[in-house]
Ligand binder design. Structure first.
Ligand SMILES: [Zn+2]
Length: 311
């Protein structure tokens, strides 16, 4: 037990914050994972308390005699990586909030790494997920938002501010949906779970959640089918554009809405296949995440256990 190398992992997002202990095989230790809600209605102090709460709960489970190798933090973007600041699009009370400092104060003296959550997802897929064995990988989450990160030639792509890989704010042709970032036609503004449901509602769908839409799809509802097709097409166009830019080999997609129906992936692949003259684009493999819902935590831990990828 005591020879195990453990990292504290923290994943901070627009609907929840989680913390847990992850070993050097990328396994979240049973009984060490804790979750608090966040959400756009929270005050700044409530958000800070939510973070402290999960961190303290996870730290309390560290086995006797074990010294943590470090703490990895993944956060919803945008971030300011050098200064450890976060400005999550859907949490307007935090603009330039010192999240890294908040966590560091709970683990004095411990090595802390801080990156965008999308990058953490890509690291997790590359490390122990669907991207194992591939050096040019994009990890994506399709959930309440759409996020991602990119590994090229075996190295994490980060950029000077730490925000490289924001696939959710890549524009896709043929759509004019507005996005919270100020843009028009961003894939997040079209194909996230809530945006897909909202589009379906405008066509007469009476459900209100992604689960409702999934059930309607499974029952053969034509509006649900059209909504899934539309979102898959937008996601596929975004992946095709990213692949044209970066020559990506494999994209692994997780997140609650990515599981609305396996058919979503067929629509994604059809949109990519339209780039028929570009074999280097159509070659991209698109698969479901192999990480369950612990991917973001595993990725945050990868910042410690696979630190060479982000240095
Ligand atoms: Zn946007």
């Amino acid at each position: 037990m005591t020879d195990r190398t453990l990292a504290l992992a923290v994943d901070f997002g627009g609907t929840k914050v989680e913390a847990g202990l992850v070993d050097s095989d990328g396994v979240v230790l049973e009984g060490t994972r804790f979750r608090n809600p966040t959400g756009g209605a929270s005050t700044s102090e409530q958000l800070a308390e939510a973070v402290r709460g999960v961190v303290r709960s996870a730290l309390a489970t560290v086995p006797a005699g074990v010294t943590l190798a470090g703490a990895g933090i993944g956060s919803a973007g945008p971030i300011d990586v050098d200064n450890g600041l976060v400005s999550p699009l859907n949490l307007p009370v935090w603009r330039g909030f010192a999240l890294r400092e908040l966590v560091q104060a709970e683990v004095p003296g411990l090595h802390v790494e801080f990156r965008m959550d999308g990058l953490c997802i890509a690291l997790a897929e590359h490390w122990v997920g669907a991207g194992r064995g591939y050096d040019n990988v994009m990890g994506m989450i399709v959930s309440t938002g759409i996020g991602g990160g990119v590994i090229l030639q075996g190295r994490a792509v980060q950029g000077p501010t730490g925000n490289a890989g924001h696939i959710g704010h890549v524009e896709v042709g043929g759509f004019d949906d507005t996005c919270n970032c100020g843009g028009v036609g961003c894939v997040e503004g079209i194909a996230s779970g809530p945006k897909t449901v909202a589009w379906a509602q405008r066509q007469g769908f009476t459900g209100s959640t992604g689960e409702d839409l999934a059930a309607a799809y499974a029952a053969g509802d034509p509006i649900a089918a059209a909504a899934v097709e539309r979102s898959g097409r937008a996601i596929g166009q975004a992946i095709a554009s990213a692949t044209a830019l970066d020559d990506i080999e494999l994209v692994a997609i997780g997140g609650g809405f990515s599981r609305v129906t396996p058919d979503l992936f067929d629509h994604i692949r059809l949109a990519i296949a339209k780039r028929a003259q570009f074999g280097f684009v159509t070659k991209v493999i698109v698969v479901p995440s192999a990480l369950s819902d612990a991917g973001p935590l595993i990725g945050a831990a990868a910042l410690i256990h696979r630190n060479e990828l982000v240095r």
